[in-house]
Design a binder for this molecule. Structure first.
Ligand SMILES: [Zn+2]
Length: 277
């Protein structure tokens, strides 16, 4: 599933081709997503100019004059920039033409979504799917003391494990399953610890770890940005060298203790029982 770093790199990759361009054609080959593509989307978007593409959580926001198109890649979605005359890849569900540039949304499993938020509905923050999201990991709200404060204060009295607390995305977005295990290792926190029992200094380490791990993943993706947007290969996670994730039984890179794998909330967690207390 594309995580925040993949979505961020997608944004960086497609923005130069789309921003400031006017939509000239929209073709829906198969709009039967989880939520169907609005039937009047072509009518709405045609001749409108996309002024900017932003990311909020794992949603891509395409700003047009009369509203914002909200796109989610779902489980298997990928956006590609191609020339309109180029043969589209398999599972090309919807394509947006900006002159001779095509933005194509390939999505084999169709868990993605393309929705429309008209300007009359007010700021995009009001959009129901965005309303409940935690703060952005690189925005001011999570930087420096703010991140520590947020993680600490929101967790008081919570008995849920710190792993599940972080993974829920209600405090800070973007810490998917891989990044969750890696951040907790970086911060030397045992994933089973109840969120409410973690001290402020430890949350300070965690807030920093979250930013560091996500930044590394985005950088890893950024170096392959051209391939990511143009290649015909399958999308996937960036080749991030993990320290604990998917390394069950292998020696910890710091102390040599075998990495443990447990299940929390039906998701795998990996950690070093020696380094993470
Ligand atoms: Zn260790």
């Amino acid at each position: 599933m594309p995580e925040l770093p993949e979505v961020e790199v997608t944004k960086l990759g497609i923005a130069p081709y789309i921003e400031g361009k006017t939509l000239t054609e929209l073709i829906v080959h198969d709009g039967r997503f989880r939520w169907p593509v609005p039937s009047n989307l072509k009518k709405i978007l045609i001749d409108q100019t996309c002024s900017a593409i932003h990311r909020r959580g794992k949603y891509l926001l395409f700003y047009f004059e009369r509203g914002v198109m909200v796109l989610h890649l779902g489980m298997t979605g990928v956006l590609r920039i191609q020339k309109i005359q180029e043969e589209p890849k398999k599972y090309n569900r919807i394509e947006f033409h900006f002159g001779d540039t095509a933005l194509r949304f390939h999505d084999p499993r169709k868990f993605g979504s393309v929705l429309w938020h008209p300007i009359e509905h007010g700021p995009i923050e009001n959009f129901p799917l965005l309303k409940k999201l935690g703060v952005e990991p690189f925005e001011n709200e999570f930087s420096g003391v703010n991140g520590t404060k947020l993680l600490y204060e929101r967790s008081r009295g919570r008995t849920v494990s710190v792993k599940q607390y972080l993974l829920a995305g209600q405090v800070v977005v973007g810490v998917g399953n891989i990044y969750c295990s890696e951040s907790l290792f970086e911060a030397k926190i045992n994933p089973k610890t109840p969120a409410g029992k973690i001290s402020k200094p430890r949350y300070e380490r965690l807030a920093k770890a979250v930013q560091l791990i996500l930044k590394k993943a985005i950088q890893a993706g950024g170096s392959s940005l051209k391939d990511f947007v143009h290649s015909d290969g399958e999308p996937g996670h960036f080749m991030v060298l993990t320290k604990v994730y998917d390394r069950a039984g292998l020696p910890c890179k710091e102390c040599g203790t075998p990495i443990k794998q447990i299940t929390q909330g039906q998701r795998s967690t990996y950690y070093c029982p020696q380094c993470q207390k």
